[in-house]
Design a protein around this ligand. Structure first.
Ligand code: C5P
Length: 230
């Protein structure tokens, strides 16, 4: 198995209110994308491709390990992942048979989660996502914000990344996705192509950094010497 991770890092981070792309915002002195790449490599991924805003290639190259490949992302996450997938066909690099897609916005994903995703694919699953239970009461509201129904939460799950795929499954699914169609994650693209998506246990420490409070919480998970409480 040769597993390559595509890290989607081409977002702007406007909701974080940062003066730079979110993936370059520091957490305990290191950009979010560096934490995310470390977790993937520690979890068993062989190679990492990072999709970045085209105007920021140099800034990313300055902080990422030399072995990490940097490619221009797109205007949407879907376009960025497409660009990362296209880079996998570069004959200068060993051919991947497994692809993980991860958000740079999840800097503290424990390597155990990465290993669980890889193990599920190695065991034959075509697609797998890490998930967590829903702990809050969950409701449906109408257009005015009034509660119209409660949703039984037992079968609900929150989906995280990294999401793992047999490479041919992910490539076929993206090839079949109409140009311009935007789905929020890669498992949705694969499911739209009719492929079963399995689940493994996610981790609260994989939380996504979206608003400033999320960055504060992530900072609390890292001790002063840079050790992650994983
Ligand atoms: O905006 P959001 O936090 O949902 O983005 C999820 C991930 O997708 C982030 O890591 C972000 O950098 C990435 N992204 C991307 N290309 C875009 C938009 C978002 O790679 N055009």
């Amino acid at each position: 198995m040769h597993a390559v991770a595509i890290v989607a890092a081409a977002g702007s981070g406007s909701r974080l209110g940062a003066d730079r792309p979110k993936a370059l915002v520091p957490l305990a002195g290191r950009p979010l994308v560096c934490w995310a790449v470390d977790g993937l490599l520690d979890g068993g991924v062989a190679e990492v491709v990072v999709t970045v805003p085209a105007a920021e290639r140099e800034a990313f190259a300055a902080v990422l390990p030399a072995a990490v490949r940097i490619v221009d992302g797109g205007a949407t996450r879907t376009a960025s992942v497409r660009a990362g997938l296209a880079a996998l066909s570069d004959p200068a690099h060993p051919a991947a048979d497994v692809v993980l897609v991860h958000d740079a916005a999840r800097p503290l994903t424990p390597p155990d989660v990465v290993a669980r995703v890889l193990a599920a694919i190695a065991a034959g699953a075509p697609a797998v996502v890490p998930v967590l239970p829903v702990v809050d009461t969950t409701v449906l509201v109408d257009d005015d914000g009034a509660v119209v129904d409660a949703v039984p939460r037992a079968p609900l799950r929150r989906v995280q990344t990294p999401q793992g795929f047999a490479r041919d499954v992910l490539e076929r699914a993206y090839a079949a996705l109409p140009e311009g169609a935007e789905l929020t994650d890669d498992a949705a693209v694969v499911r739209a192509s009719g492929v079963r998506v399995d689940t493994v246990a996610g981790d609260e420490r994989s939380a996504k950094v979206t608003v400033p409070h999320d960055l504060t919480l992530a900072g609390l998970a890292v001790t002063v010497d840079g050790t992650v409480t994983r």
